[in-house]
Design a protein around this ligand. Structure first.
Ligand SMILES: Cc1cc2nc3c(=O)[nH]c(=O)nc-3n(C[C@H](O)[C@H](O)[C@H](O)COP(=O)(O)OP(=O)(O)OC[C@H]3O[C@@H](n4cnc5c(N)ncnc54)[C@H](O)[C@@H]3O)c2cc1C
Length: 295
């Protein structure tokens, strides 16, 4: 089956999304479908969550994060005070996180770093200087929000990537920007619908073939260090011009590629935290909780 961390669980007539529940950065998804000559809206029915999430604080207080700016600002005032500076500071925060978003997409997401020295390209310097890589996400939030509640509400998002807001680089507040400006979406039929659509386009339009249920044991590397194929667990060898490996980095370096000192070094790295998921089906609507809740 397709999907990996984004696959489905079927149990007792219920369907559960195994991993993702926040569809963010819709433009990036649109562009990937455009790359395939398709309009995403012909494949996926996207529903905008009426509210992004409700943050439930330790003392029972709540904060609703929404793309409705007037509603959001009224909620903000409860924590930051009903004065001019509250809104001004919030807009300054949005301005900064917008710059982080735009520049990171351009210079990081859409740039191929083939060699380590590509990172040090002189033309990237003005961009990198604007990303606040010397500050943490939390430090940036402290500049714009004075209440601890709002500092928490506008920084916890680094946990999506297993990071603490006290360590995550300032640029990562781009997540808050995309949530506030573009919203959180839900693909009707579950997140796996995106992958099913990509698979059908690949098969029907481009003649791709997917081989499921065959574990890769090794990526075969030639004498010049180039990947030239894969060896499957059943012993079959598949030669190819290109090998694209999307398994976890530390695992791939240690289990699929020839052992190197770099792989050993990676193996010793402290990994970010994972998650524990409970898949519950409800026989009633629970009005006290929103679509997404953060405690
Ligand atoms: C609980 C949870 C919640 C999440 N929530 C969100 C969210 O709200 N929003 C969001 O954008 N993202 C979210 N994510 C992250 C998102 O699910 C992943 O980033 C995304 O699914 C990764 O896709 P991938 O194809 O890169 O990797 P994977 O899904 O990890 O796919 C890698 C595939 O490679 C296969 N593979 C590995 N080794 C081998 C081998 N030796 N032989 C054959 N096959 C192999 C694996 O079986 C797997 O199918 C969440 C993840 C989790 C776990």
């Amino acid at each position: 089956y397709n999907g990996g961390r984004c696959s489905l669980i079927h149990h007792n007539g219920y369907r559960f999304d195994q991993g993702p529940s926040l569809y963010l950065m819709p433009k990036i998804f649109e562009e990937r479908f455009q790359d395939l000559g398709e309009d995403i809206h012909h494949h996926i029915d996207l529903l905008k969550c009426p509210s992004n999430y409700t943050v439930h604080f330790h003392d029972g207080k709540q904060f609703e994060l929404t793309t409705d700016l007037s509603k959001l600002c009224r909620s903000l005032e409860k924590y930051e005070g009903n004065n001019e500076s509250t809104l001004m500071n919030f807009y300054k925060f949005l301005n900064e996180s917008h710059i982080h978003y735009e520049r990171s997409v351009k210079v990081v997401l859409k740039t191929n770093f083939q060699h380590w020295y590509n990172f040090f390209n002189i033309k990237h310097i003005p961009t990198v200087l604007k990303l606040h890589l010397h500050n943490s996400v939390y430090t940036r939030a402290c500049k714009y929000f004075k209440s601890e509640y709002m500092r928490m509400a506008f920084t916890f998002q680094t946990m999506y990537m297993g990071m603490s807001p006290y360590d995550g680089l300032g640029a990562y507040n781009l997540l808050q920007y995309t949530e506030i400006s573009e919203g959180i979406w839900y693909p009707k039929g579950g997140f796996n619908k995106v992958l099913q659509s990509l698979e059908s386009i690949a098969v029907e339009k481009y003649g791709a073939k997917f081989n499921y249920n065959c574990d890769v044991q090794e990526i075969i590397i030639d004498g010049k260090g180039m990947a030239k194929g894969i060896k499957l667990k059943n012993g079959n060898v598949v030669n190819s011009d290109i090998v694209i490996c999307n398994a976890d980095l530390v695992y791939a370096y240690n289990k699929l590629l020839p052992k190197t000192p770099y792989a050993k070094k990676l193996d010793k790295c402290k990994l970010t935290s994972s998650s524990i998921s409970f898949y519950w089906s409800m026989n009633q609507i629970i009005p006290q909780i929103a679509v997404h809740n953060v405690f």
